[in-house]
Ligand binder design. Sequence first.
Ligand code: SF4
Length: 142
Amino acid sequence: MRLNALSCVALPTCGLALAESERALPEILEKFELVLDEAGLHDDAISLRVTGCPNGCARPYLAEIGLVGKAPHKYALYLGAKYNGTRLNRLVSPSITIDDAVKLLTPIIKRYAVERKDGEGFGDFCDREIIPRTRRFIASGR
Ligand code: SF4
């Protein structure tokens, strides 16, 4: 994940930034790496991209896990892009803290570790298993 991660510069360089990105990336990666280690996925190439605002200079909408700054300490969470960039991800949470995003993703990453099909990327797994359920949940109005 660390080798694949991207962020935009955001604060303090970019005047359009709504949240931290480049400066927060090392800490964000450490939190996700703990989960990956627990799931036995330390060496899996899952793409994570973070930006400080929706302009998306680090292409967060093509990440398997995309975090887009909305306000100080708050990010929109996107999941399900294809690793090779041929499918965009989908909005899963419009505003979430990094800690809550890690909490939300922990059981999903652990499920991915045991339920993935041969050669299935994390984005593919989310597109198959998580996005449809999220949409049904939203459509149900609960
Ligand atoms: S995504 Fe937004 S905050 Fe990041 S560099 Fe681009 S304009 Fe600035």
